[in-house]
Design a protein around this ligand. Structure first.
Ligand code: SF4
Length: 370
């Protein structure tokens, strides 16, 4: 199979979106965020393309405004805000970086990696030569910054490092001198990490696992905050109803039922909060008065203390083992299985997955209020 890193990432975020994009080949309109991100990447390239004199801040700003696309913005206000964000990014970048001193090895370099016959391709934004080794950098134009832990486990950076090592195999012994970084341009912050050989080997299994799922046709939707930027909502079963033409003429009864359900659900939530705070107040009063029952014209409230008990496993084992009854009370622990599932080789994980069967099926409604 041939697959790009961005397609793999799409699958990880939402398998159904991957299907719409790569199998059904439905064209997704480019979002304004993607257009903005592409331009900022291109500005970074312009700034660092080797030449006798590095571009000045004014030249970088000029490049940015000459390539600005006005078409994608919904209003003048929105466009102005985005443009000034771009200006801020470039200005901050010049403040924090000495452009002439960057020792760039490559910009936007394409790579392909052979993973057991599967070809993974991608583009590395930038590779620098540092005093001690190398730094692989990926620019980000998103607002949300990840924790250091997430950067340490970021699979994109690991893949880029693998691609780098396939180009410079001798560097594998200098892994401690190679850094991988995500540069969050909106914040002007670079988050840096390193990888071990073991990290890189684990990555192969993850990618092979995804490829296997794609080949088997697992394309379930994954509703997440990323849906807000997904261009396939119209086709997606989780969002389709929002766009249904006939919705306007859906029976009055069903529209009313949906509205009422959402209203009542939020009333229940409010009531739950109110009850919890009233209970706390009354309980405090009972403690203070040393009573377990309180009286009013409306009725009586009685406080009862419920105790739940748990057997001491070790003590029970000592009692039951001599009677040969211990194995009779041991039960299969699903939670424990889930916790260790990822430590098994992919083949075993797959077998365990296949051994699942539907026990009970229930339908729940989750409400997201506008
Ligand atoms: S709308 Fe959300 S769930 Fe549906 S395809 Fe897009 S990302 Fe997936």
């Amino acid at each position: 199979m041939r697959i790009s890193y961005s397609a793999l990432e799409t699958y990880l975020n939402c398998p159904l979106k991957y299907k719409f994009q790569n199998i059904d080949k439905i064209k997704e309109p480019k979002s304004k965020e993607a257009v903005f991100g592409t331009l900022i990447h291109s500005v970074m390239n312009f700034i660092h393309t080797p030449s006798i004199l590095s571009p000045t801040l004014e030249q970088a700003m000029d490049y940015f405004s000459r390539n600005w696309n006005s078409q994608v913005w919904e209003s003048e206000l929105e466009e102005r805000a985005a443009f000034s964000q771009g200006v801020d990014i470039i200005r901050r970048y010049y403040q924090k970086n000495d452009i002439a001193k960057a020792n760039i090895v490559s910009l936007e370099s394409h790579f392909t990696l052979n993973l057991k016959g599967n070809i993974i391709s991608g583009i590395i934004d930038r590779i620098d030569k540092t005093d001690e080794g190398y730094e692989i950098i990926d620019y980000k134009t998103t607002k949300k910054m990840p924790s250091q832990e997430k950067v340490d486990n970021n699979i994109q950076l690991s893949l880029y490092l693998k691609a780098f090592l396939s180009r410079y195999p001798k560097e594998v012994k200098n892994l401690d001198k190679i850094y991988v970084s995500l540069y969050y341009l909106k914040h002007g912050v670079k988050l840096t990490s390193q990888r071990t050989l073991k990290n890189l080997e684990e990555l192969d299994n993850l990618f092979l696992d995804i490829i296997k799922k794609i080949e088997k046709g697992y394309f379930q939707p994954n509703v997440s905050p990323l849906c807000d930027w997904c261009g396939y909502q119209k086709y997606c079963p989780m969002w389709k109803h929002k766009f249904k033409e006939e919705r306007k003429i859906d029976s009055q009864e069903i529209n009313q039922a949906i509205i009422q359900y959402i209203e009542k659900k939020s009333e229940i939530t409010k009531i739950k909060f109110l009850l919890a705070s009233l209970q706390e107040k009354i309980s405090r009063y009972m403690d203070q008065e040393g009573v377990e029952r309180v009286f009013s014209e409306e009725g009586i409230i009685t406080r009862t203390i419920k105790k739940t008990y748990k057997y001491d496993e070790e003590k029970i084992r000592k009692i039951l083992e001599p009677l040969r009854k211990w194995n009779d009370v041991l039960k299969f622990d699903e939670m424990a299985l889930k916790n260790i599932l990822e430590t098994f080789p992919p083949k075993i994980q797959e077998k365990i997955e296949m051994a699942k069967k539907i026990d009970k099926e229930s339908k729940t409604f989750n409400v997201k209020k506008k």
